[in-house]
Design a protein around this ligand. Structure first.
Ligand SMILES: Cc1cc2nc3c(=O)[nH]c(=O)nc-3n(C[C@H](O)[C@H](O)[C@H](O)COP(=O)(O)OP(=O)(O)OC[C@H]3O[C@@H](n4cnc5c(N)ncnc54)[C@H](O)[C@@H]3O)c2cc1C
Length: 305
C-alpha cells in the first residue's frame, strides 16, 4: 500500500492521502465511519489520474461530491474514497462546461449574475454537486437535472474517458444509468440561453422560502429518505399517516416538519438511521401495502444486531 500511496501523492501532493478519515466530517447527515483511504480532489484532470491509479492497484473506489444524499455505515468504507469538489467552469459560446464536482447553487449564481440561464437555476436550492445530481437525476418540483444536461464526460470502469450525450444516462425519476454502470462523471456540458437576472433571482428566493417552510433545513439530514411511490402518495404523507412523525430511535428522528426526512438529532449512528428506515418501511407496508424504496444511498459497511 505504500507504493499506492506514493503513486497517488505524486499527483495530489505529499500528505494528501488520509487514512481512517471519519466520513461524518463529509456528509450532511454528519454520520459515517472511517474511510480506509480518503482523498480530496479539485479538478477533473487530477480525478482522472487518481481513477487510473485506483484501477491499476485494483483498490475499491467510492467517489462522491457534496455528501448530501448518502448514509455511510458506522464501519466505514473500504478502499479509496474520493471527494470531488471543484469550481472548474468554462463558458464558451452557447455552452457551459463545469466540473462534476461543482455545486449546483454555485453554478446557478455564476450564471444568474451574468444574466444567463442553463436551467440549473431551477435546482439552485438542491444541495450538492452536478455529479451527485446526475447520479440520481436530482429534482426540485417538476424540474429534473436530466432536463438540462447536453453531454457529459465520463470515466468508465474500463478506464476510458468518453463524451456521451444526455440520453446515455437514461434519466428517469430518481434514476440514471450511473447507478448500474459504475461510470464516474468528470465534466458536464449545458446549453446556455439568455435569462433575466432579477426574475431568476426572484425564483431562487421563492424556491428557498417554499423549501424552508416545508423542510427541516437547519438539521443534519440527507434530504428525502424515500422515493415517492406516486405523486398522489408522497412518502412523507404515508409515514405521517402511520403516526411516525417525531419517532426517535437512538439519535435518529423522523422530522416533525417533514416525515420523509430522517434527521441526526444528536449523535445518531448510521445503524440508528437504518433501524428507523426499516420501521417506516414496515409500518407503511402493513398499513398501505406499499414498498418504500430509499432515495438516499447506503454506502460502506453497516453493523448488524
Ligand atoms: C436539506 C436537503 C434537501 C435536499 N433536497 C433535494 C431535492 O429537492 N431534490 C433532490 O433530488 N435531492 C435533494 N437532496 C438530496 C441531495 O442534495 C441531491 O440528491 C444531490 O444532487 C446530491 O449531490 P451530492 O453531490 O451531495 O451527492 P453525494 O451525496 O456526494 O453522492 C450521491 C451519489 O452520487 C454519486 N456521485 C457523486 N458524484 C459523482 C460523480 N462525479 N460521478 C459519479 N457518481 C457520483 C455518489 O457515488 C453517490 O452514490 C437534498 C438533500 C438535503 C440535505
Amino acid at each position: 500500500m505504500d507504493q499506492f500511496q506514493g503513486d497517488l501523492e505524486k499527483i495530489t501532493g505529499e500528505g494528501t492521502l488520509k487514512r481512517g478519515e471519519p466520513m461524518s466530517r463529509h456528509t450532511t447527515f454528519q454520520i459515517g465511519g472511517p474511510a480506509e483511504f480518503y482523498l480530496d480532489v479539485n479538478t477533473p484532470a487530477v480525478l482522472k489520474k487518481v481513477l487510473d491509479i485506483a484501477s491499476r492497484y485494483r483498490v475499491p473506489l467510492f467517489v462522491f461530491g457534496g455528501g448530501s444524499n448518502i448514509l455511510v455505515g458506522d464501519q466505514g468504507i473500504k478502499g479509496l474514497t474520493v471527494r470531488f469538489h471543484s469550481e472548474e467552469f468554462v463558458l464558451k459560446g452557447k455552452t457551459l462546461r463545469v466540473a462534476a464536482g461543482m455545486g449546483l447553487a454555485k453554478i446557478a449564481m455564476e450564471m444568474i449574475n451574468r444574466g444567463l440561464s442553463t436551467g440549473l437555476e431551477n435546482l439552485a436550492t438542491v444541495p450538492g454537486t452536478v455529479g451527485g445530481a446526475i447520479y440520481n437525476n436530482s429534482h426540485w418540483q417538476d424540474k429534473l437535472l436530466g432536463d438540462f444536461l447536453l453531454k457529459a464526460e465520463i470515466y468508465t470502469p474500463r478506464q476510458e474517458v468518453k463524451e456521451v450525450p444526455a440520453d446515455y444516462f437514461r434519466f428517469a425519476y430518481d434514476y440514471s444509468i450511473l447507478r448500474d454502470s459504475g461510470d464516474i462523471v468528470l465534466t458536464a456540458l449545458f446549453p446556455v440561453g439568455k435569462g433575466v437576472k432579477e426574475e431568476m433571482l426572484k425564483a431562487v428566493i421563492a424556491n428557498n422560502q417554499t423549501r424552508s417552510l416545508s423542510q427541516p433545513l437547519d438539521t443534519k439530514c440527507a434530504g428525502c429518505t424515500f422515493r415517492n411511490p406516486s405523486k398522489e402518495q408522497p412518502a412523507g404523507k404515508l409515514i405521517e399517516q402511520c403516526g411516525l412523525k417525531g419517532k426517535i430511535i437512538g439519535g435518529a428522528k423522523v422530522s416533525q416538519k417533514h416525515a420523509n426526512f430522517i434527521i441526526n438529532n444528536g449523535n445518531a449512528s448510521a445503524f440508528d438511521v437504518l433501524k428507523l428506515i426499516e420501521l417506516c418501511r414496515r409500518e407503511v407496508r402493513q398499513k398501505f401495502g406499499l414498498d418504500l424504496k430509499e432515495e438516499i444511498f447506503l454506502v460502506g459497511e453497516f453493523a448488524h444486531d
